[in-house]
Design a protein around this ligand. Structure first.
Ligand code: ZN
Ligand code: ZN
Length: 181
């Protein structure tokens, strides 16, 4: 990754596009409640750059002050979270999922772990399916019974309780999980 490279990204609808000259620094995921709310997700993936290396190449984001010192930029047309900026600094962070190549900067840290959802470590063990437009209305009707039910509950301490199914699919899907203590 040389300093001569640049990285571009943008929102889902294409109204806002940006470019970063050189590498982004400190790619990380943040589990804090503010990032959960801002992304509508379990965590937000971010990496930073100097303002001097950052440029908008199309459109302009909307901004929301999530606290006195932080504002978050998003596409006002489609809602994609794009930027995180600590005001009165010369730094800006971009959401790694909005990069044209979201795999360009693998995260090196988990921040805000006090907000991390308790089943985070189970996510990589979930059953795997290609995109099948399961977000469309009525898609839940097509799921097999084992997936339509709630397979596990997370106790306050110790190992999650598994609900056994006739074909034991749920048990297999959570093999990768290990209790921390
Ligand atoms: Zn957009
Ligand atoms: Zn955060």
């Amino acid at each position: 990754m040389s300093a001569a490279q640049s990285f571009s990204g943008g929102c889902q609808c294409g109204a806002v596009r940006y470019r970063i000259s050189g590498a982004l620094s400190y790619p990380h995921i943040c589990h804090c409640r503010m990032c959960q709310k801002a992304s509508g997700n379990y965590f937000m993936a971010l990496a930073g750059a100097d303002h001097a290396a950052f440029s908008l190449t199309r459109g302009a984001p909307g901004w929301f002050h999530s606290s006195e010192h932080v504002r978050r930029g998003f596409c006002a047309a489609c809602g994609t979270p794009l930027f995180f900026e600590t005001v009165d600094t010369d730094r800006i962070a971009v959401t790694l999922g909005s990069l044209d190549d979201p795999s360009a900067f693998p995260p090196v840290s988990q921040d805000g772990v006090e907000g991390r959802v308790p089943f985070f470590h189970l996510l990589s063990g979930l059953r795997e399916m290609p995109t099948d437009r399961s977000d469309l209305q009525g898609a839940m009707m097509r799921l097999p019974p084992a997936c339509a039910s709630t397979p596990i509950t997370i106790p306050k301490h110790g190992r999650p309780k598994m609900t056994r199914t006739p074909d034991n699919k749920v048990e297999k899907a959570t093999q990768g999980w290990r209790p921390t203590t």
